[in-house]
Structure formats: C-alpha cells, structure tokens
Design a protein around this ligand. Structure first.
Ligand code: HEC
Length: 267
C-alpha cells in the first residue's frame, strides 16, 4: 500500500512537472502547466471536430499567439512532440486572430484528458488545437499533440536544401513540395533531410514512385491500410477534404521528381 502511495505521488509529481519549452530566440522561456492554466488569457474552448479524439472536446487553453512574443508572421515554427513527431507551422497561421485560430490546450494534471486509444497516453500535456480550422485550410498534421517544445527555425527548404526541386521545376512540382512539407514532413524524411523519423525516408534507398505501380501510391496515401494491412500501421490516410485529387497528383509529382534527385550518399 505504502509503495502504491509513493508511486502515485511520484506519478502526480511527474504530471505536474510538465513543461513546455518555447525556443523563440529572445522570447524563449519555459512554461509549466500550472503557469499556463493560470495565464490571464486562458479560457475554456469548445472544439467541434477534434482531430486526435475524433469527437467534440472541451479544453482549457491559451491563444498560441499570446505565447509567441517577438514572432513575426513571416517566421517559421516547428512543434516537436514527445514521440519525435515534428509539425511544421508557418507563424502567420498561428498569429492570426481571425479565421482559423490556434490554441494551446493545456492538460490539468488534476483532471487528465482521456487516453487517445486504449492503453495509450492522452494528447497532453500540451496539444495544439484549432477553432474554425477550415477557414485556414489547416490540415490534420497541424494538430500536434503531446507537444514538448515549439521552436523558431529557418524554413525547411533553407535548413534542408536536399528537399528542393530543381530550380526549373514546373509549378505543379513546386506546389507538390509545399504540400509535402505541410502534410508529410511531420513524420517522414526525404534524402535523409527532415527532423522526424516517425515513418521511413521517402527517397532513399528507394522512392515509392519507383516501386508502386499504377495508382497504388495514390491509393496508399488515401488509405494506407488498403494496400498493406497490419494492426500496428501508424500512417494516417489523407481524405479528399484534406488533400484534393489535384493536390494528390502534385504531391506525387514532387515525389517522382525527387526520385531523380537523390543525394550522393544515398545508395
Ligand atoms: C503521422 C505520421 C505520418 C504522416 C503525417 C505521413 N506518414 Fe507516411 N508513413 C508513416 C509511417 C509510420 C509509415 C510506415 C508504415 C506505417 O506504420 O503505417 C509510413 C509509410 C509511408 C509510405 C510507404 C512506404 C513503404 O513502401 O512501405 C509512403 C509511400 C508514405 N508513407 C507516404 C506519405 C506521404 C506522401 C505523406 C504525406 C501526404 C505521408 N506519408 C504522411 C507515417 C506518416
């Protein structure tokens, strides 16, 4: 019994010690859950279609813009989750106070959120949620959960030139590159470039356009389990509401283009 109480005390201490690290240059600081819950701008928000819980949710949250002191709309931010997922976020969307609005939902250790799935942890301690996401065309990968840090970084293309299409690549390939950053880089690398390794590198040693015939790649992106089914699959499907058919073709066009631009050390 005593051991159990000690374990529970330790657990609750761990929950209370949750900290969010904001690495923004001069505006850098750490926030504890308690400080965020007591933030003057904290309030209760209703999220109609929560991407992670797939239902209506209610959170105590702080407008993300209130925490991003010194961040400019042209800046680029990245939210890094405890599992290594790294969401790429243009600052303009996070700073907007009309249209889609970004909130940092803060889990109160005294009232934990439900688990994301049986035997899984919750979306806490910090979870980026959106009011009115459709207005900003906010995709599901822009809802990072279990966030540990938010950092200001140079845009992906500057940090990782290996991701860039050829300078004379057409508009569709460039558009595909933008879509790839928005929807895929949170989990994948390409040419060994990127901050996440949640899923495999999509160019080395082989690019999926080299080994998936016909429309299998498009079908895989829409519904990974329609091609390869096993219980541990972790890649989400991208519906037409998130990636239109035209965008899917641009995305695949970028991948095909990059198959001819593998980095030297790749094979
Ligand atoms: C939330 C993380 C996540 C996101 C976002 C994601 N993927 Fe994946 N992807 C994975 C994981 C993990 C795998 C490995 C298979 C699995 O576990 O489902 C994978 C596998 C793949 C594969 C199969 C490789 C093979 O041959 O087995 C392709 C192709 C792929 N992803 C493309 C994409 C594209 C294109 C996007 C963006 C539209 C994307 N993924 C977005 C996590 C992700």
């Amino acid at each position: 019994m005593r051991g159990l109480i000690v374990a529970l005390l330790l657990l609750s201490a761990a929950a209370q010690a949750a900290e969010l690290s904001l690495e923004l240059g001069s505006g850098s600081r750490r926030w504890s859950s308690a400080e965020l819950l007591a933030h003057p701008q904290a309030r209760w928000i209703e999220i109609d279609e929560d991407v992670s819980y797939q239902r209506r949710m209610r959170y105590r949250g702080v407008p993300l813009a209130a925490l991003l002191s010194g961040v400019q709309p042209g800046d680029h931010l990245q939210a890094v989750a405890l599992d290594g997922f790294a969401a790429e976020l243009p600052a303009a969307a996070l700073l907007a106070d009309s249209g889609a609005r970004a909130w940092l939902a803060v889990e109160d250790p005294a009232q934990p959120w439900p688990p994301l799935a049986p035997d899984k942890p919750s979306a806490g301690p910090f979870y980026l949620v959106w009011e009115n996401p459709i207005a900003g065309r906010i995709g599901p990968e822009q809802w990072p959960f279990q966030v540990a840090r938010i950092r200001r970084l140079a845009p992906l293309a500057e940090r990782f030139p290996q991701l860039l299409p050829a300078a004379d690549a057409d508009h569709a390939v460039q558009a595909g590159f933008a879509l790839f950053q928005k929807h895929c880089m949170a989990c994948h690398r390409l040419n060994a470039a990127g901050d996440s390794q949640f899923g495999p590198d999509l160019n080395i040693p082989h690019n999926p356009t080299e080994y998936l015939a016909g429309d299998f790649l498009a079908r895989y992106i829409r519904s990974p389990q329609s091609l390869r089914r096993w219980p541990q699959g972790r890649m989400p499907g991208f519906s037409e509401a998130v990636v239109s058919d035209a965008e899917l073709q641009q995305l695949i066009g970028y991948l095909r283009h990059m198959a001819a631009r593998k980095t030297a050390q790749s094979e």
